[in-house]
Design a protein. Structure first.
Length: 275
């Protein structure tokens, strides 16, 4: 049986209001990584940044509280957490009394770390905080307006990628045209993508055709980003590379995977206009 058959994804569920960490459904990263030739020694470092906009619980007096939550799951964790199970888990706090935010933060970190198999950091922000309203564009040159004829929308075609070895550059490219599908429900996943690199100059037309070739591809957010990273690394051989996707929200959650060669800083968590 496919492990996803045992998850709640794509199934009707009853939303409860009592705390239940057993709702979290981990999925091993290893199987999909093996398809990309990734073994136990990872060719990248990185983080998966989750933002939750629908987290509410009852305080010690029974009054509802709400926050915006940021979760950072390290790329070296053995598991991702299936997003619907994540949503159900967060919703299980709705009618649960928690004495204070420190207790909540500690409980969230403990449960999510157990599911991911590595430490997960948690930041809770009130909706009125200035940090909750930060919106900015991804830095870089947008390549979406190139005058291209496109006819291939899946599966991803790494052979579209090419580079000019005689022109070594350092640059940042951005596209808002990344779209893939949930591998279980087929629902669309929309993202803006930022690629930073040092190395032979990437052919912009080939890169854009390559990104559009995800349009009918079925995979989770984290796996799409790792595929983009590996394909660019193998086809174009940059000396330094980072790939950062900011996905739009579904069910009160957005997922923003980042992968890079060692030596780059982890990204901040500023939302884009689409989020």
């Amino acid at each position: 049986m496919n492990p996803l058959d045992q998850s709640s994804l794509g199934k009707a569920v009853v939303y409860g209001g009592s705390y239940d960490p057993a709702l979290l459904f981990p999925i091993a990263r290893a199987e999909k990584r093996s398809e990309l030739g990734i073994g136990t020694t990872l060719p990248f470092i990185g983080i998966d940044i989750w933002n939750a906009f629908e987290l509410s619980w009852l305080d010690a007096r029974g009054k509802p509280r709400v926050v915006i939550a940021e979760f950072r799951v390290p790329a070296e964790s053995p598991n991702i957490i299936e997003s619907k199970s994540f949503k159900l888990y967060l919703n299980s706090y709705m009618q649960t009394r928690v004495p204070d935010t420190d207790t909540l933060r500690s409980q969230l970190s403990r449960d999510l770390s157990a599911a991911a198999g590595a430490p997960v950091s948690v930041v809770l922000t009130t909706p009125t905080s200035p940090q909750a309203a930060l919106i900015a564009n991804l830095a870089g040159e947008v390549i979406d307006d190139l005058p291209l004829e496109v006819s291939h929308y899946g599966p991803p075609r790494a052979d579209f990628l090419y580079s000019n070895e005689e022109a070594v550059v350092e640059e940042t490219l951005v596209s808002h045209l990344l779209k893939s599908n949930c591998p279980v429900t087929g629902q669309p996943d929309w993202a803006s993508l930022q690629i930073r690199y040092v190395g032979p100059r990437l052919g912009r037309d080939g890169l854009l055709r390559y990104l559009v070739s995800y349009r009918e591809h079925n995979d989770f957010h984290e796996q799409c980003v790792e595929r983009v990273f590996m394909d660019i690394r193998q086809r174009c051989a940059p000396s330094r590379l980072s790939v950062y996707a900011r996905y739009t929200r579904r069910g009160g959650l957005d997922i923003n995977p980042f992968r890079c060669t060692p030596g780059w800083l982890m990204p901040d968590n500023t939302r884009t206009s689409r989020q």
